[in-house]
Write a protein that binds this ligand. Structure first.
Ligand SMILES: [Zn+2]
Length: 77
């Protein structure tokens, strides 16, 4: 069993010479010492995934419509 494991690791050449500290739980991106990363609910996110999954662009027209709806409710109540 140990010999098989060794053979498998030899088949995969190391992509990076430097050891990573963490791996992104979403895209498996290596996060190296000194790199920024995000941790939410013990999941590790690289900055790219953080932007992709948690960064949104505020659209003011939707917010205005939401607020005016609230104001309208207040008036009718
Ligand atoms: Zn990622």
């Amino acid at each position: 069993m140990l010999e098989n494991l060794n053979d498998n690791s030899c088949l995969e050449p190391p992509k990076y010479s430097k050891d990573y500290v963490y791996r992104c739980d979403i895209c498996d991106e290596e996060i190296f010492e000194g790199d920024s990363y995000y941790e939410i609910d013990s999941l590790i996110y690289c900055p790219e995934c953080m932007e992709m999954h948690f960064k949104f662009t505020a659209i003011s027209t939707d917010m205005e419509g939401y607020l005016s709806d609230l104001e309208h409710e207040d008036i009718t109540n």
